[in-house]
Design a protein around this ligand. Structure first.
Ligand code: 13P
Ligand code: SF4
Length: 305
């Protein structure tokens, strides 16, 4: 089957089986084309809580599918590609953070949504890259333990100077690879381009950017800008999607190191196989995990809404 035939089969199967397909913006173009909802982690988690279909198929990474299951426990939630984890989400577990919480009993634990469902059960509130500053500002407590991404945490701390924010040394190994030399090289090649970066990049790179935001934030900024040239400092798929959406503008990768193997592991064939009952994985979480993890996701939606 060619891409179009596969897409048509997927469209038929998702109607037949009452499935809603969610795709993160880092997914390939042909997957975004067959999705019912696309966007950043925050938008997808809110969309997931509103869908009426009996089944949800997540094209993204495991923590995103877990978030859908927590928000819609009565639905069957599938991850199209079972090996699609997130290197950042796998860095910190419940045991480690429980010990650190004991050392800082007066701190509110703010967890980036890129964490496991199990870890979320002991956190106070979740944030995403697009909602972190607003949510941290809205938390009453001045003392915040921000996990796991120290780069996003540093960005938030700079935007919320009245808060006392403690960071741990976690983060996205893909975004953290990009350095100021990469920025200098890209700017030398494209001197008129604006630099748009994700806050998972290191603070020195963030400091050189014209705009800092989530995957959707970067896309909206570039689409609505009067400027013509942009260097995109997040997973390379964002520059590719923008080139489709704005053919009259030019989008350049900040670095070819910005390829997330987890996000890239889902193919259109995986989506088809999952819908046809030949692949994918149903997300199963026990009732206590769902109940406890839901508290910090509900708090995210309440404080970020
Ligand atoms: P967004 O919150 O911008 O969707 O980012 C998720 C992510 O995994 C970035 O690496
Ligand atoms: Fe996780 Fe980084 Fe990939 Fe985002 S880019 S899914 S944070 S490994």
């Amino acid at each position: 089957m060619n891409i179009e035939q596969l897409q048509n089969k997927i469209t038929e199967l998702k109607k037949e089986n009452d499935v809603c397909i969610l795709a993160h913006s880092y997914q390939a173009h042909e997957i975004l084309e067959i999705a019912d909802f696309t966007g950043d982690s925050y938008k997808l988690s809110v969309d997931a809580s509103k869908v009426e279909n009996k089944n949800i198929l997540m094209c993204g990474v495991r923590f995103m599918a877990e978030t859908c299951k927590i928000l819609s426990p009565e639905k069957k939630v599938y991850l199209a590609q079972p090996i699609a984890g997130c290197s950042m989400a796998d860095q910190m577990d419940k045991q480690l953070i429980s010990q650190i919480k004991e050392m800082y009993p007066d701190y509110s634990v703010v967890a980036y949504i890129n964490t496991t469902a199990d870890l979320k059960t002991i956190c106070d509130v979740c944030v995403t890259s697009s909602s972190a500053v607003k949510i941290v500002n809205n938390i009453e407590n001045k003392n915040i333990l921000f996990i796991p991404d120290c780069n996003l945490g540093d960005y938030v701390a700079k935007q919320c100077p009245e808060k006392n924010i403690k960071l741990l040394s976690g983060g996205c190994p893909i975004h953290a690879c990009v350095n100021t030399d990469d920025v200098k090289k890209a700017k030398a090649l494209h001197p008129d381009a604006e630099l748009l970066v994700h806050p998972e990049c290191v603070p020195e790179v963030v400091a050189m950017a014209d705009y800092v935001g989530s995957t959707s934030g970067i896309m909206n900024y570039a689409i609505n800008s009067d400027k013509k040239d942009f260097i995109i400092g997040t997973e390379i798929s964002i520059a590719e999607h923008l080139q489709y959406k704005c053919p009259e503008k030019n989008f350049y990768f900040l670095s070819l190191k910005l390829i997330c193997p987890n996000m890239k592991s889902t193919t259109l064939a995986d989506v088809y196989n999952c819908l046809a009952g030949k692949g994918g994985e149903e997300i199963i979480l026990d009732d206590d995990t769902i109940k406890d993890a839901k508290k910090c996701i509900d708090e995210m939606i309440r404080l970020g809404g």
